[in-house]
Design a protein around this ligand. Structure first.
Ligand SMILES: C[S@@+](CC[C@H](N)C(=O)[O-])C[C@H]1O[C@@H](n2cnc3c(N)ncnc32)[C@H](O)[C@@H]1O
Ligand SMILES: Nc1nc2[nH]cc(C(=O)O)c2c(=O)[nH]1
Ligand code: SF4
Ligand SMILES: [Mg+2]
Length: 193
């Protein structure tokens, strides 16, 4: 759908330069999704792997984030193999609702109520990023934290439109439950893609 070289705004890799490849297609249906234009599967132009990798390597950064839409609706084996062959690190942003494909250096799973994450994807996560939209989401976050591996990093990220209301609760929650960290969508404050 789109591609851009920017700074990873969220989660564990916040602040690192990264090339983003946003793949079209998502049927998860989050009411608050900040990229609903990505939902149609076939509305976006197709590109060859060679063209994509060439575009990535025009920039000095070698971190590549595959996002969407829901990127795991596609078989990501060929894309991640081509990126790794070009010396890139492969990172994914996924809801976990579809089976894992591809080879990954960093897997961020952000599970959704609208379409449950698969246990195997949660088990493979390096990072669990829960979007906090209302106060019931803390208990929901703990249910998912029980399903990830022992070394998985745990993040609570406010839903953008509710951030002002939820931040005080989120701060108190992390102070009381320090296994969790706060993640903010810092690119939105920086006004970059
Ligand atoms: C647009 S999604 C694409 C990847 C994948 N479909 C997913 O949901 O993880 C990228 C990240 O943005 C988060 N996100 C989407 N809309 C948001 C919003 N309104 N506020 C905060 N985070 C949001 C998602 O939870 C996910 O972690
Ligand atoms: N800068 C920046 N960081 C991000 N981290 C996750 C994003 C996404 O939409 O997947 C995103 C994004 O859209 N922009
Ligand atoms: S799973 Fe991701 S892309 Fe799909 S609707 Fe939810 S936030 Fe948007
Ligand atoms: Mg985004």
């Amino acid at each position: 759908m789109e591609q851009f070289y920017t700074i990873q705004g969220e989660g564990y890799n916040t602040g690192r330069a990264a090339y983003f490849i946003r793949l079209g297609g998502c049927d998860v249906g989050c009411v608050w999704c900040d990229v609903k234009e990505s939902w149609p599967l076939d509305a976006h132009p197709r590109q060859t792997l060679t063209a994509l990798v060439d575009a990535v390597t025009e920039h000095p950064g070698r971190n590549v984030v595959i996002t969407g839409g829901e990127p795991l609706m596609h078989d990501l084996g060929p894309l991640t193999a081509a990126l790794r062959a070009a010396g890139c690190r492969t990172w994914i942003e996924t809801s976990g609702a579809y089976p894992l494909s591809g080879s990954w250096d960093w897997i961020c799973v952000s599970p959704k109520k609208f379409k449950a994450p698969l246990p195997a994807v949660l088990a493979a996560a390096h990072e669990l990023k829960i979007i906090v939209f209302n106060k019931s989401d803390f208990a929901w976050a703990e249910q998912h934290a029980a399903l990830v591996g022992p070394d998985c990093r745990l993040y609570l990220q406010p839903e953008w439109s509710k951030a002002a209301d939820m931040m005080p609760l989120l701060v108190d929650y992390v102070k009381s439950n320090p296994q969790w960290q706060v993640s903010l969508q810092t690119h939105k404050f920086l006004d970059i893609p």
